[in-house]
Write a protein that binds this ligand. Structure first.
Ligand SMILES: Nc1ncnc2c1ncn2[C@@H]1O[C@H](COP(=O)(O)OP(=O)(O)OP(=O)(O)O)[C@@H](O)[C@H]1O
Ligand SMILES: Nc1nc2c(ncn2[C@@H]2O[C@H](COP(=O)(O)O)[C@@H](O)[C@H]2O)c(=O)[nH]1
Length: 199
């Protein structure tokens, strides 16, 4: 479908993707729409089904994958995650910039599609700071935290691969990182604003 280019935000768990994208969607609520993924993990306190994720069982998720309902799916830290075709379509149908928050397997898979996305990697200043942020968030068991830190090491290397990401943002100071994210998306934001003003 023609329309604004989707934005893929990726990077280690705990790097600050959700924090940054929530700020963006708050400031530009009529410009961005979130691609609500499916996952088999349990909801965290405050997370809403259908808003943060579609929380489903493995059986339901696998059935959807087998039916061809997903653009991409991956196993991360012991759970399944995936972007359904409907999640992206629902946002694009409103002429909004679709934001996907996905891991590096998702990035590789989305790159094989015709989505023509803008790829942005959000990285932590260091593994030590990442670990502190994840621990302070208090959402993970020790086992899940260790899995996420192992995945983070691979992800931090992946972000350095030439030609994968259009922009790599180190989220040290939140306001600085947010400014960099907005700068990277300014052209697309202005395009959507212009289109909605003329319609
Ligand atoms: N620049 C920052 N400085 C300090 N703390 C931050 C910063 N950015 C985010 N945080 C905090 O770090 C924690 C992890 O951030 P967040 O949940 O946004 O990460 P994430 O990349 O979306 O993780 P996941 O992939 O697991 O969903 C949160 O508690 C958040 O408040
Ligand atoms: N490949 C995909 N990865 C996804 C999707 N939705 C989220 N994610 C990534 O999973 C991890 C963990 O998320 P959490 O909410 O359990 O902390 C994180 O890196 C997300 O970016 C998806 O649909 N596909």
């Amino acid at each position: 479908m023609a329309g604004p280019r989707p934005v893929v935000l990726s990077g280690p768990s705990g790097a600050g993707k959700s924090t940054l994208l929530k700020k963006l969607m708050k400031e530009y609520d009529s410009v961005f729409g979130f691609s609500v993924s499916h996952t088999t993990r349990s909801p965290r306190p405050g997370e809403e089904n259908g808003k943060d994720y579609h929380f489903v069982t493995r059986e339901v998720m696998q059935a959807g994958i087998d039916k061809g309902d997903f653009i991409e799916n991956a196993e991360f830290s012991g759970n399944m995650y995936g972007t359904s075709k409907a999640a992206v379509h629902d946002v694009q149908a409103k002429n909004l910039i679709c934001i996907l928050d996905i891991d590096m397997q998702g990035v590789r898979n989305i790159k094989q599609t015709d989505l023509n996305a803008i790829y942005i990697s959000i990285q932590p200043p260091s593994t030590e700071i990442l670990e502190k942020r994840l621990r302070d968030r208090k959402t993970e068991s020790e086992d899940s935290l260790q899995r996420r830190l192992r995945a983070a090491k691979v992800d931090m290397e992946f972000s350095k691969e030439a030609g994968v990401f259009d922009v790599v943002i180190v989220n040290d100071n939140l306001d600085v990182a947010y400014g960099q994210l907005k700068d990277a998306l300014l052209e697309e934001i202005n395009m959507v604003k212009k289109t909605s003003a003329s319609s």
